[in-house]
Design a binder for this molecule. Structure first.
Ligand SMILES: [Ca+2]
Ligand SMILES: [Ca+2]
Ligand SMILES: [Ca+2]
Length: 1019
């Protein structure tokens, strides 16, 4: 018996893959891309271009999101007398944004004209869908005893109006129009249309929802100025121009009349096209304005782009999430959208018959349950498909080339859960199947239509879960379901490139984007560090699939706790596996499908570890998958990391040059007391990586593969280098990766190591009991709302005195940003001398902040005399909720916001420093012991506090102390995600670190607290 046969006899049969199945061909290009949003600064798209190429992005959408429904592509044009924008089709000026004038829908930010209390404002329905004329319902928010109704109509009106009431108090959310069945509506009156339509009910009735429909000829839509409902002589509606308090109106359709918003887009169509032409292989995808635009405007865009300029843009979408009540021009019913879509499509096709037209860009994937709004028993998607199909059959031309939708499957309102996020993303698979089934029975030639998911991510709600490896894996799972279903008909855009970082309802910070904010002090070779979803989608597109094409999706059996996907390519099989649980999942594959060996790519918290939950949290390492090769005779056994991802690939990938795709430093300005953490990800497809080394000055060392062994085609690596080993001065940090065949990839970055940081010069300790510095400069205060700032000298941080500034901030209505106050002080004049004596590196201070609003924020900035546009160097400060902390801001950590002209930071131009508090509410900033930090000369003796830990977990020597009252769990985690030791306890305690066995992080978790602490380097 050969060894192989012996193994086969003792190893149970693995998961079967069915490579002989006909399968579904996959399209590698274009498969994924990103929105390039008009509200982002265009410099971002230049900065992040290499990151997009790294992820394999090829399709780029414009102008994006809800702005698609307010964006006028061409600033050259004129308004009609009805305030409809008519764009020129051969002369171009940068575009602008226009909001609806005759809005009927109450939105989160704008009031309906029907209940705004003004007779000179009116809702005007859109005339483009005569088969499904605009109508509205009015929500009294609870059932009320109604005895009369009054309606003021505009001059454009139908023959008569029908007033309906909804039976019962509750309608399924969304509001009544979004129910499948309209049988709950009953007519209460049908009256001739006149300036004022009023009537009394025979007897008072208990009603929550009224519906109002037009009857008769509607060549130009119809207009409603106002509606009121009365009971016992009192108005039951709140008619006021405030969207938060007015009686809510759901109006289906709106006239495209519009006026300029105050928003000025940061880039425009021609700048976008220039960017597209400069990006290798980029495919443009344009969304035309359905909300405040017209079919003529859409056709003019195609005329200009493809006839005048010859851009040959193929992909065009009509509107964005038009079914949504949040969308300008919406909500619209399926029939309303479809009628108007057909008009758009025919006008667009007439300009250029070669384009591909995509709709309905539906919000969500409830393809069979989200109601059409037309009370025809159909779903919204079904209503759209059925109508377009009926018109296509009559006119004999294809009108919809691609079915487009958006998918954010996971919704939560308080605390997110990884398991729930996985389940929601997993359910997308069945929903995609239901779309295929629906298309199969509703529209001709369904499989010839493309399927586009032009926005997707796990959730629209921010939290640090999205930043964690689990969030990236869940996004990857949803993406894999899409690829498996739609193969070479599929195309996606991940939402989005970069959105900054936002606080979620659970109080943690997250970013719904593939790239994230650089954390304080960090340096990334891609400028902005990749987020978890970057790595999972990149791995799927570039490493599970074959970049050179030729993949076919084939069936694969499933394993409990995991989801598996498989492709074959010229006899090679590649399996993609997602672990949906917090424990490793054992995976045994049918090894006979890998006769020539292959490799296993593994990705989890060992390769990507998000540390912290605040706005300044970060991923270290921030890497792609580790890998290991396996030879012929492999048993087929492997493990999927907790909430992680695995790719098992048969041998035979085409060789690619060895390169380091991303690497990251925790800082480029260090003191001899700091540890430099350098991590990165290198790949040389078709070969094996052999080793990694770093050098800096005379020092040198090895880079450690996070899976323990340099052996596969790609490796995640890390090194922790005490800066004292490198020594003081500027050094060139060089990382070199060696692969088979003599391949070497080297990269370098300048770092600076200084002496230990120490307080060297007192700015202010307030022991003179005055709001001034030790060198006599006064602290000044200012507030944007002209409110009075109280500046007091009160008991200090460590005894003595401190400065306490407080104010009740209000938000001025016309202010386009959060209300703010600040306290600032001039810097000493002899900075140059101070610097040469002490090598100044930053400022430290004791800080106590409070804000009565959870959304309040604090900041610190350096004001340079060289910055003329107020785009100062700033960092975010914490809300300490009344506790004193010691905080340090290094000059290198502060960044300009990016909206002004960039200037280099130079100490000589440091004019003032400023502490600010933002957001409406009671705000306090207290300061004490403000000092310059330097790295040379004698330290000064100020009564400063010790640097406060940012959480209850602290390390002193080899002792871990926990200052936490409740239950907690603590574990020591190695780079590969392995837990080396763990404890569970209650209350404050001290633990001996003991043997760490290569663990690099201690992770403390309890109710409401999660803290990750880097452990000391163990040689
Ligand atoms: Ca009005
Ligand atoms: Ca390895
Ligand atoms: Ca003091």
């Amino acid at each position: 018996m050969t060894l192989l046969a012996l193994l086969a006899a003792v190893v149970p049969a693995g998961v079967a893959i069915h490579p002989q199945s006909p399968g579904v061909a996959v399209r590698n290009e274009p498969l994924q891309g990103l929105p390039l949003c008009v509200w982002n600064d265009s410099s971002l798209f230049t900065t992040l271009k290499s990151a997009m190429q790294e992820r394999g992005d090829k399709v780029f959408r414009f102008p994006n999101g809800s702005y698609s429904d307010i964006y006028h592509w061409n600033g050259a044009g004129a308004f009609t007398t009805d305030s409809v924008w008519v764009a020129k089709d051969s002369v171009y000026k940068p575009g602008w944004t226009g909001e609806s004038i005759h809005r009927g829908q109450t939105t989160g930010t704008s009031a309906s004209a029907i209940t705004d209390g003004k007779l000179d404002s009116y809702w005007w329905s859109n005339p483009d869908h005569p088969g499904a004329p605009g109508w509205f319902s009015l929500d009294l928010s609870s059932a009320k005893s109604v005895d009369s109704v009054a309606l003021w109509l505009g001059s454009v009106r139908p023959d008569s109006v029908q007033i309906l009431r909804w039976a019962g108090e509750n309608a399924i959310w969304p509001p009544p129009h979004a129910q499948m069945d309209g049988s709950s509506w009953t007519e209460v009156a049908r009256l001739p249309a006149s300036d004022i339509v009023g009537f009394k009910l025979g007897a008072a009735a208990s009603v929550r929802y009224f519906g109002v429909r037009p009857i008769g000829v509607l060549a130009n839509g119809w207009q409603v100025r106002e509606m009121k409902v009365f009971g016992a002589g009192a108005a039951l509606t709140t008619n006021i121009a405030n969207s938060a308090t007015q009686t809510k109106v759901y109006a289906a359709s709106a006239h495209p009349a519009n006026r300029s918003t105050k928003f000025v887009p940061n880039w425009d169509f021609e700048a976008y096209m220039k960017w597209i032409r400069d990006y290798p292989g980029a495919i443009p995808l344009i969304c035309v304005n359905y909300g405040t635009g017209t079919l003529e405007e859409a056709a003019a865009w195609i005329h200009y782009a493809n006839k005048v300029k010859g851009y040959g843009i193929k992909r065009w979408q009509v509107g964005n999430e038009s079914s949504g009540e949040w969308e300008e021009g919406g909500t619209v019913t399926a029939r309303q959208y479809a009628e108007r879509f057909v008009k758009f499509a025919r006008a667009m096709r007439a300009e250029d018959p070669t384009i591909e037209i995509e709709g309905p860009v539906l919000a969500g994937v409830d393809f069979t349950t989200q109601a059409s709004g037309d009370f025809d028993g159909r779903s919204w998607m079904e209503g759209f498909l059925a109508y377009v199909d009926s018109v296509e059959k009559v006119v004999g031309i294809r009108l919809v080339d691609g079915i487009d939708f958006h998918n954010y499957p996971y919704w939560f309102t308080s605390a997110p859960s990884a398991a729930a996020m996985f389940n929601a993303c997993d359910k997308s698979g069945a929903q995609y199947d239901s779309l295929s089934a629906l298309m199969g029975r509703t529209i001709a030639d369904p499989v010839s239509r493309q399927i586009l998911m032009t926005e997707f991510n796990t959730s629209t709600v921010s939290s640090s879960l999205e930043m964690e490896a689990a969030g990236g894996t869940a996004a990857g799972l949803q993406f894999a379901h899409f690829i498996q279903r739609f193969g070479d008909r599929g195309l996606t855009n991940t939402w989005e490139l970069y959105t900054g970082i936002q606080k979620g309802p659970d109080g943690t910070f997250g970013s719904l984007s593939v790239m994230t904010s650089p954390a304080r002090g960090t340096w990334s070779s891609l400028d902005y560090p990749p987020n978890a979803s970057f790595w999972t989608t990149r791995t799927i597109v570039r490493q599970w699939l074959d970049e050179t094409g030729g993949d076919t999706i084939v069936p694969v059996d499933q394993v409990a706790g995991a989801r598996l996907f498989a492709v074959r390519n010229k006899g090679r099989v590649s399996v993609l596996a997602f672990n949906m649980t917090e424990d490793s999942v054992a995976l045994a594959l049918d090894a006979s499908l890998f006769p020539d060996g292959g490799d296993i790519l593994s990705w989890g918290t060992g390769e990507y570890l998000w540390t912290g939950t605040d706005a300044d949290a970060r991923a270290i390492p921030d890497n792609g998958p580790s890998s290991k090769p396996f030879a012929a005779g492999w048993t087929g056994a492997s493990k999927i990391p907790p909430f992680g991802m695995l790719v098992v690939r048969g041998a035979g990938r085409a060789r690619q040059p060895l390169r380091t795709a991303h690497w990251l430093l925790n800082g480029t300005a260090l003191t001899v007391e700091d540890t430099l953490v350098v991590s990165g990800w290198s790949s040389g497809e078709g070969s094996a990586l052999k080793s990694g080394t770093w050098t800096a000055g005379a020092a040198t060392g090895v880079l450690v593969a996070t899976d323990g062994t340099w052996d596969g085609p790609c490796e995640s690596w890390i090194a922790k280098i005490p800066a004292s080993e490198i020594g003081t001065g500027v050094a060139n940090l060089k990382v070199s990766i060696a692969g088979t065949g003599g391949d070497v990839a080297s990269d370098s970055q300048s770092i600076k190591v200084t002496g230990a940081r120490r307080p060297v010069f007192l700015i202010a300790d307030f022991e003179n009991k005055k709001a001034s510095t030790a060198y006599g400069a006064q602290f000044n205060t200012w507030s944007v709302d002209n409110g009075k700032v109280s500046a007091k000298i009160v008991a200090g941080a460590v005894g003595g005195w401190c400065l306490k500034d407080s104010i009740n901030l209000t938000q001025p209505e016309d202010l386009g940003y959060a209300t703010v106050f600040n306290t600032s002080v001039k810097m000493p004049e002899n900075l140059h001398q101070l610097d040469s004596a002490h090598k100044l590196i930053g400022i430290a201070f004791d800080l106590r902040t409070r804000h009565s609003s959870a959304s309040g924020a604090f900041g610190f900035s350096y004001n340079l005399s060289s910055v003329k546009d107020y785009d100062n160097f700033a960092v975010v400060l914490p809300n300490t909720n009344g506790a004193w902390i010691r905080d340090t801001v290094l000059f290198v950590e502060a960044k300009q916001g990016g909206w002004g002209a960039a200037v280099p930071f130079e100490l000589d131009s440091l004019a003032t420093i400023e502490f600010d508090g933002r957001g409406e509410g009671a705000v306090e900033i207290s300061l004490d012991n403000i000092v310059f930090l330097g790295t040379e000369g004698d330290p000064i003796n100020v009564g400063v506090r010790k640097a406060a830990s940012r959480g209850p977990l602290a390390l002193s020597g080899r002792k871990l102390s926990i200052a936490h009252a409740g239950k907690w769990s603590l574990r020591l985690v190695a780079p590969n995600g392995r837990v080396n030791r763990s404890w569970i306890g209650v209350g404050a305690t001290t633990l001996s670190l003991g043997r760490t066995n290569g663990a690099q992080w201690a992770i403390l978790e309890s109710e409401g607290v999660r803290q990750i602490l880097a452990l000391p380097v163990v040689q």
